[in-house]
Every structure is written in C-alpha cells, then in structure tokens.
Design a protein around this ligand. Structure first.
Ligand code: PMV
Length: 339
C-alpha cells in the first residue's frame, strides 16, 4: 500500500473558572474535591491548535488520554485513498502531535486546559470516535482537570460524579455562548513568567495541609454553585461579580493557608484588585468582576462593551504597559474596545 498520512487539526479555547477547582479527591483519575464553573473564552484570543497525525510522546497524562481514545477508536475507511483502518489498528499506529498556544504557557492562564481539550478533540476526530463532548470531557479531565470544561463554549460546570472510575465526573454546559454574549473579558498579562508552583503540586499541598480548603469544599462551594448557576442563568451581573471575586479571593486565601504557602499573586495583582474593588464600591453595585487563577494575571469581566471600554481605558491609565510594549501584548482580549 502507498504511504499515507491521516491528519486532523483542531483548535480549542481556554476557560477561566469563576468558581474555582482546587484539590483532587483522586489524583490518578483527577476527580475534584468540589464542583466548579468556568466561562470559555473565544477562540481568537486564547486558544491551542493541535495537529495529530497517525505519538511517540512520553509523559503520563498524554499517554492516559491517548490510551483512552485508542481504546474507543472506530473503523475508518476512505476508499478513494485506499485507506482502511480497523478499530483494533488504532492501538498500535504511531501518532505525531504538534501543538501550540497563541498565549503564554504555564503562566496561570489555563494553557493546559486548552492544550488537553484540543489534544483529546483532535485525537477523537482522527480515530473516528462516536462519543459526545461530555463523554470526551471525561477523557480530557485525565490530562488536566480544567481541560474538561474547554470542550464546551459558554458557561460550563464540572460535576463531581459518583462513580469510582470517574466516568460521570464530566463537563456539562450550563448555557451556551449566545446566552450572555455581551459580557466582555479582558486579561492583563501581569507576568508571562512560568509559575513556580504547578497546580498539581500546589493542590496536593493544599489538600494535605489546608483546613480552609476542606471547609471551602464542603460548606462554601456547594452553596456558591447554586447561587452562581442562578446568577448566570438570569444574567444577574451584580451577583455574578460578587461571587466571582469572592471565590477568587478565597482560592488565594487557601493558597496562603497551605504549608508551605503558595503565592500566585504579586503586587500588581493586589493593586488591580484594589482598583476594581474601589470602582465597585464607589458605584454602589458591582460594575466589574475580577478573578485570578494559579498566577498573577488578572482576568476581568465587564457586563457590556461600554463598561468594557471604560475598564480598558482605566487599566491602561493606571497600569500602563512597560515602555516599548504594545498594549496588545499586555492586554489580551478585544482591544477594538479602545477605538
Ligand atoms: O486543571 P489544572 O491542573 O490546570 O488546575 C486548574 C486550577 C485553577 O486554574 C486555579 C482553577 C480552575 O478551576 O481552573
């Protein structure tokens, strides 16, 4: 038979948690200590692109995803090209992967979320899987927990699940991307340095040492999940903003409560929090929301383009990008808001 290459390319967006996932109840299967919710960003600004061609990648989590997908592969036939692959052939075919992110990697911008979601999705396409996005999310979860939420757009919940094998700990779309599409998301890249503490080791230390994390997972998050779900479905920005900021601050409080303490935020992050808090306080009701993942970069949300444009103007005034830097390399998001 002639040589052939079967190739698939996919793009997947990253997502930012508004109720944070922090802590695993099962490290191997990557099962979360608490349910969580995220918003998926649009593909243009923060996404991963992956091409897979019929892998020789080492590394535990890649291999886990690949194994799970190989095992579900279906027959593939292209009569014109004379290609016929039987489902059992997927077990042994070598796969080559090329993947890149259009934003800083491992700087607390959920790059692994986009990367693993994209890997799983493109492998599933390559191997002709019949599984839907929710079922694929349970595979992406085993690469990186937050990746399961990037299989959907809009607002997405990662459910705890009850099964011991983790098969029902997956992503569920709460609302699609059209439901609240006037929300504007702006990201200030405070630092694109790779973080010192990975989420994997940070979570492990928090689970072992933080009493606040246990209290948060059992008592605080279950109530917040209900309130957040309602705020999203009713597009109640004020409640959404309060919950988002409170949850981000509690996540970073858990990091400080961890032994040894984890410092993801820096002085600039703290100044951004102060600036947003003062703005909301002066207006009487929340106008803007902020959230920080495992890094110092600020993800800010505004209810519409008008407030988004104001936010961008104020950010560039109070936190100007270092001289010689284009605003677009400091601010990720829709900079057309400035025009
Ligand atoms: O899935 P991981 O290992 O990248 O962990 C993500 C953890 C946070 O980004 C801090 C919170 C979240 O829910 O995305």
């Amino acid at each position: 038979m002639d040589k052939w290459i079967l190739m698939t390319t996919a793009r997947a967006p990253t997502n930012i948690a508004v109720i944070k996932y922090w802590g695993k109840r099962d490290e191997t299967l990557i099962l979360p200590l608490n349910e969580n919710i995220s918003v998926t960003l649009d593909l243009d600004h923060l996404s991963a692109t992956t091409t897979v061609a019929e892998i020789s990648l080492s590394g535990g989590r890649f291999q886990t995803c690949l194994r799970e997908i190989r095992y579900r592969g279906e027959d593939f036939k292209d009569e014109k090209k004379g290609i016929c692959i039987k489902k059992e052939d997927w077990q042994t075919l070598h796969v080559h992967i090329a993947s890149f992110n259009n934003f800083p990697t491992a700087a607390g911008l959920a790059s692994s979320a986009a990367g693993f979601a994209c890997l799983v999705y493109s492998l599933a396409k390559l191997m002709n899987l019949k599984e839907n996005c929710s079922q694929l999310s349970a595979i992406a979860r085993q690469g990186s927990g937050s990746a399961c939420r990037s299989l959907y757009g809009g607002f997405v919940k990662w459910t705890m699940g009850n099964e011991l094998n983790g098969s029902d700990s997956l992503a569920v779309q709460l609302v699609d991307e059209t439901h609240w599409d006037d929300i504007v998301i702006i990201i200030a890249v405070v630092s694109s340095r790779q973080k010192d503490t990975s989420s994997t080791s940070g979570m492990r230390d928090s689970v072992e040492s933080s009493a606040l994390l246990q209290y948060r997972a059992k008592t605080i998050v279950p109530k917040r999940m209900i309130q957040m779900d309602k705020a999203i479905k009713t597009r109640d920005f004020a409640s959404f903003a309060k919950l988002t900021c409170a949850d981000s601050n509690q996540f970073h409080a858990v990091c400080l409560d961890t032994v040894p303490p984890i410092f993801y935020l820096n002085n600039t992050s703290h100044r951004i929090i102060n600036f947003m808090e003062r703005w909301n306080h002066n207006e009487g009701t929340p106008q803007v929301a902020y959230t920080f993942d495992a890094g110092p970069n600020a993800v800010m949300l505004a209810p519409n383009r008008k407030v988004g444009a104001l936010l961008l103007q104020r950010l560039l005034f109070y936190f100007p990008p270092p001289s010689g830097t284009e605003p677009t390399s400091y601010i990720l998001g829709d900079t057309s808001l400035l025009e």
